[in-house]
Design a protein around this ligand. Structure first.
Ligand SMILES: [Zn+2]
Length: 153
């Protein structure tokens, strides 16, 4: 991170305590903070860092949910326990299967809880909704007039 200093220490301290997230405050109050972000390269860089950290946590936890679901599907449908390694190591197939399923369910529960915590404690849903609204507006602008006329207003 660049070694810059905040241009307004009081405002910078307030923003730092909010993790540089101003999405939860009213638009009237937001104006001063948005202006500070445009004027202060330090706070602007910190805001970008924190939002990328939030997005990384969201991607990691949702990927973990996907992989635990995938692992449970593999255990259910592909029968990896019939692999000949089990014969060599003398593992009990029934116990091993239940241990793996328990680990998969525990991992799935843990990653769903982690994803819920990330989504409730970070402003990621607000940013994703804003991104989706912007993309929908861009797609709607590109639609042919014949299709736009069909849409009720
Ligand atoms: Zn600042």
């Amino acid at each position: 991170m660049a070694k810059t200093r905040c241009t307004d220490i009081v405002t910078g301290a307030i923003l730092a305590s909010w993790r540089y997230d101003i999405s939860g405050i009213t638009p009237e109050m937001r104006k001063d903070y948005e202006q500070h972000f445009t004027e202060c390269p330090h706070c602007s860089a910190r805001q970008k860092f924190h939002r990328s950290l939030d997005m990384t946590l969201t991607v990691l936890t949702s990927t973990a949910v996907f992989f635990f679901l995938f692992a449970l599907a593999v255990l259910k449908h592909i029968k990896p326990l019939e692999h000949m390694a089990f014969n060599y190591f003398g593992l009990d197939v029934y116990d091993t299967y239940h241990m793996l399923v328990s680990a998969g369910i525990a991992g799935l529960c843990f990653s769903v809880i982690a994803l819920a915590l990330v989504l409730t404690t970070t402003p990621v849903p607000i940013y994703l909704r804003g991104f989706a609204v912007e993309r929908a507006r861009l797609i709607e602008e590109r639609l042919p007039e014949a299709i736009k006329a069909l849409r009720p207003r």
